[in-house]
Write a protein that binds this ligand. Sequence first.
Ligand code: ADP
Ligand code: MG
Length: 244
Amino acid sequence: MSIKSQSKGVKIENVCLHFGDTEVLKGVNLNIEPGEFFAFLGPSGSGKSTLLRAIAGFGPAPSGRILIGDQDITHLPPWQRNVGMVFQSYALWPHMTVRKNVAFGLEERKVPPQEIDRRVSEALDLVGLLPLAGRRPSELSGGQQQRIALARTVVVEPRVLLLDEPLSNLDANLRVQMRRDILKLQRKLGLTTIFVTHDQEEANTTSDRMAVLSDGVIQQVGRPLELYDRPDNRFVADFLGSAN
Ligand code: ADP
Ligand code: MG
C-alpha cells in the first residue's frame, strides 16, 4: 500500500479555552492511543467542535498542552501539525475533477507526479470511487462528495484524522453505510481517528473508546459498553439512556 499510516497518539493536558467571558473548555484531559477510533460524544454546545478545532489548530490557542506523539503542538500553526480534518460541509473545488481535488494537497507539497497518481488512485479506491475520478463534484451525490473529502484528507498521510459530525448532512441509510465505510478505512490505514458526534448510536457503533462531554467538561471516558453499563454520574446515565 502506498498510503502510509503515520498514526500517533494524542495527549490533551488540562486544556482550557474561553470565548470572551464564556469558558467553553474547562480543564480537559485525555489520552488517545495511536490507531484508536475515538469519539467525542455530547449534546450541542458541549464543546466538541472547539476541542477538535484546538487539536487542528483552528481558533484561539487554548491553555494547557496538546501533544501529537511526543510533539507539543499547542502553538503550532495548523499546516505544521500534519493532522487531517473533515468538516460537516465538505467544500470541494467545483471546477476540478475528483482526481484533481484529491491530488491538490499532494501537488501543493511538491510530491512527484507518479507518486501523486499512485496515491490518489489508492485513496479513491479506498473510498470506492476510483471509477468516478474524471467527474466533477456537482456530478456526485452528497455521500460520494463526502467520500471524496475523506480521500482528499487521508491521501496526505495525516498523523491523526479529525471528523466533525461528518455524516450529519446525509440521509439515514447513507449515514449507516458511510459510518461503516469510515470505520473500514480507518482500520485499513490504522489511522488514529477522532470522531465528533451528538448521536450515541454513531459513537457506539464506531468507537473503540469515547469521551462524553457536557458543558466543556469530560464526564466520562471508556469503551461504549462500559459507559452504558457503569455510567459515572447522572449526566452520562441520562444522556446515554435517552437513546432508548
Ligand atoms: P459542539 O460542537 O459540542 O456543539 P461547540 O464547540 O461548537 O459545541 O461550542 C461550544 C460553546 O462555545 C457553545 O456555547 C458555542 O456557542 C461557543 N462557541 C463556539 N465557537 C465560538 C466562537 N467562535 N465565539 C464564541 N463562542 C463560541
Ligand atoms: Mg460541533
